[in-house]
Design a protein. Structure first.
Length: 150
């Protein structure tokens, strides 16, 4: 598979290179914290100042700045230079990078499931039954009746 280039901050990343792994690791590590995930969710609605972001949390502004620094280092948020208060903005490029990585692996897994379906159908003497929802993603036979689908 050829490398796909994405502009991320000021560096060009190749999806097959070691820099991407480091960037993805930072992004996923940053999102591993529930407070930072909540900040990202709130910023997906609108930009906010650090004080606005800090409002719902029982932590010091210094702690909020530390969380923001992790998000900034991962490329998930940015703050423009200039006088205070500066808005914190969500950066879509990090999500594009994650989407590309996730979708590449999702496609590989889906291909494996399709091959397995074909083998099982051949073993049973049936035609392969695709459990495709029309969006390229498989569903389990029985759909919403499965306990994991609730």
């Amino acid at each position: 598979m050829g490398a796909v280039g994405l502009q991320f901050s000021t560096i060009e990343l190749k999806l097959e290179g070691p820099m991407t792994t480091d960037t993805l690791s930072r992004v996923f590590a940053a999102l591993a914290d529930p407070t930072r995930r909540d900040m990202v969710a709130r910023l997906s609605e609108r930009d906010a100042t650090v004080s606005q972001l800090a409002e719902p949390y029982r932590m010091t502004l210094q702690a909020v700045y530390k969380h923001l620094r992790v998000l900034e280092d991962a490329g998930l948020v940015s703050r423009p230079h200039g006088p205070q208060p500066r808005p914190v903005r969500l950066e879509a490029q990090a999500f594009d990078l994650m989407d590309t990585w996730i979708e590449r692996h999702r496609r590989r897994v889906e291909q494996r499931y399709r091959r397995l379906d074909a083998v099982l159908a051949e073993m049973n003497g049936d035609e392969p039954h695709e459990h495709d929802q029309g969006d390229g993603h498989r569903s389990r036979p029985g759909g919403a009746d499965h306990p994991d689908d609730s």
